[in-house]
Write a protein that binds this ligand. Structure first.
Ligand code: PMP
Length: 338
């Protein structure tokens, strides 16, 4: 516990929690790192803080300037929080499929939200990416955070997430498991852990079954903010520069159903309520742990809270409508010990 002079100083330092009931039949120690305990509620607080502070230090973001980003997700929240703390206006461009709660949250921080159509190819003038680039050029002192290609995104994890996991496991971590969205988390954390362990840590990418990162066809999946689609018309499949694929030793490709069932079990058996990409990462961690021994220490990074998905993965009617459960959730197999 500590007292901080600024909210941004409270970013990071999230706990590792050892799983007990969910892992009763597994030999290794499995820890989850609870990124929902960041002040903005997700792992993206780290990238946001590092990107903004570095832009100020480098003179790319100056007093009177405006922060701009194209994102429907947690990065927008992290950036909006940093913008308020540091006294910058912020404009966030989002696709029209974005949940109303997310837009309301951004507006509550005082962000200006620009809504555009969903599904435009990257280079289309009305795409989220094109509008964000244009606004950053047109607004006086505009600075585009550009999490997909900004090296300060992976750097945040090289300098915070990685060292935290190494210190908190006393250097005993053997496996890191994380999803890949922009790739910032797995790249920075994985590179750091490999470096300090002399290459002893294995990095496992948790990827939706059809995501192109792990060799899928790029067709749609439900889990949000992790994995990579191929654009259905342009067949565009450009990977972010924040992701260094060489860091990943192995992928576990996980179907939506397994991700969702895993997050439901985590809530019931361990009292930890997380989102879909956390269910994905944990499912990959449990698969990984099955083949390991008692000296292995697996760390799964859980990006955000289930609170943001109460009307989706945590709603019985939604789960039934999309075929994730056939029986009442309380009767799902594996919701009791062993
Ligand atoms: N899950 C959630 C909920 C996220 O918001 C993100 C970040 N976009 C990720 C997973 C993936 O993290 P990264 O972008 O660092 O690869």
């Amino acid at each position: 516990m500590a007292a901080y002079d600024s909210l941004l100083d409270a970013v990071g330092g999230t706990p590792l929690i050892r799983l007990n009931r969910l892992t009763a039949d597994l030999a290794p120690t499995v820890y989850v790192k609870l990124e929902y305990l960041n002040p903005g509620g997700s792992v993206k607080d780290r990238a946001a803080r590092w990107m903004v502070l570095e832009a100020i230090r480098a003179g790319a973001l100056r007093p009177g300037g405006t922060i701009v980003e194209g994102t429907s997700g947690n990065t927008g929240i992290g950036l909006a929080q940093a913008a308020v703390q540091l006294g910058f206006p912020i404009v966030v461009v989002v696709p029209d499929k974005t949940a109303v709660e997310k837009i309301a949250a951004l507006r509550a921080y005082g962000a200006r939200v620009v809504v555009t159509g969903s599904g435009f190819p990257r280079e289309h003038p009305e795409s989220v990416r094109s509008i964000a680039h244009r606004l950053a050029e047109e607004l006086p002192g505009g600075w585009l955070a550009n999490q997909y290609d900004n090296p300060d995104n992976p750097r945040a994890h090289r300098e915070s997430t990685g060292p935290e996991i190494w210190a908190d496991t006393g250097g005993r971590v053997t496996h890191l498991v994380a999803g890949v969205g922009t790739g910032g988390t797995i790249t920075g954390t994985g590179e750091h852990l490999k470096e300090v362990s002399g290459g002893r840590v294995t990095v496992v990418g948790a990827d939706p079954l059809t995501s192109t990162y792990s060799g899928g066809d790029g067709s749609p999946f439900f889990v949000e903010a992790a994995g990579h689609y191929r654009h259905p018309e342009t067949l565009d499949d450009v990977w972010p520069e924040s992701f260094h694929p060489a860091v990943v030793d192995r992928f576990e490709a996980i179907g939506d159903r397994e991700s969702v069932h895993t997050l439901l079990r985590l809530a019931r058996l361990e009292g930890i309520l997380v989102g879909g990409s956390a269910g994905l990462a944990l499912a990959a961690a449990l698969r990984t742990a099955r083949d390991l021994g008692p000296d292995d220490v697996v760390v799964a990074l859980l990006p955000d809270s289930g609170r943001a998905y109460l009307s989706k993965y945590l709603d019985e009617a939604w789960l039934r409508r999309f075929g994730f459960v056939d029986e009442p959730v309380a009767d799902l197999p594996g919701l009791d010990d062993g």
